[in-house]
Design a protein around this ligand. Structure first.
Ligand code: CA
Length: 242
């Protein structure tokens, strides 16, 4: 990590919670601003690199976090977003991810878990910024009727444009860099999420489900992102098993 302090934006209207988050994130060494409405957040986010990451509550007094996140992505701003919500409905999770959030936490959450996820998105961002596009192994990928341009953040599947989150793209690129190799959950967590340790393997599984939904014709019978029992996952670019 560079010597410069990382800047975070917390978007939360509940004053008590916003103050607690700001204090704890500052104790971790981050520079933290708080916005209490989506409009205020939008103003602070003018300029693509205003912040290194955003902690975004879904329930806001003007318009909600899904909409704010969607607007940012449409405007070409891919600052990592961790969404907070009081609701645990699967539908909300899907909405958040479709809006382009990188991660998602259900209130009440543990502070340690939030800090771990903030560190994770920042490590991935640092890696992206420090790795010049030309040095990245895979910049374009064609498989399963899909065309992926990693530099331009553009994906089409069977002619239809799809919106993938940065994390989905990072995971896809790691698979693309390692075709036909069995990748364990812990390797994926370390290389893609920049996380070590136990307790996150469900996260990997959830993201595999998302890649299958994006790319597989029948996500319940995956041909490209296949499970290897007891070992992890394997990417098969031509969809032909061994
Ligand atoms: Ca709120």
């Amino acid at each position: 990590m560079s010597g410069e302090r990382r800047r975070l934006l917390v978007v939360e209207d509940e004053e008590h919670l916003a103050r607690g988050l700001k204090l704890n994130l500052e104790l971790e060494g981050y520079e933290v601003d708080v916005a209490s409405t989506a409009k205020e957040a939008g103003k602070r986010l003018l300029g693509p690199d205003a912040y290194d990451a955003i902690v975004l509550d879904v329930m806001l007094p003007d318009f909600d976090g899904f909409e704010l996140c969607g607007r940012l992505r449409k405007a070409g701003n891919f600052t990592p977003v961790i969404m907070l919500t009081a609701r645990s409905a699967a539908e909300d999770r899907v909405r958040g991810l479709e809006a382009g959030a990188d991660d998602y936490m259900v209130k009440p959450f543990s502070l340690d878990e939030l800090l771990a996820r903030v560190r994770s998105v920042l490590r991935r961002r640092a890696w992206e910024q420090e790795t010049a596009p030309a040095q990245r192994a895979t910049r374009r990928l064609e498989f399963a009727g899909a065309l992926v341009d990693f530099d331009r953040h553009e994906v089409t599947v069977r002619g239809e444009p799809r919106k993938l989150t940065q994390l989905e793209l990072d995971l896809l690129r790691y698979f693309a860099d390692n075709p036909r190799r069995v990748l364990s959950r812990s390797e994926l967590l370390e290389k893609v999420w920049k996380l070590r340790g136990q307790g996150y393997s469900r996260t990997v599984d959830n993201f595999i489900v998302r890649l299958r939904r994006h790319f597989e014709e029948d996500p319940s019978k995956p041909r490209f992102f296949v499970s290897v029992r007891g070992a992890g996952y394997k990417f098969i670019p031509d969809g032909q098993g061994d």
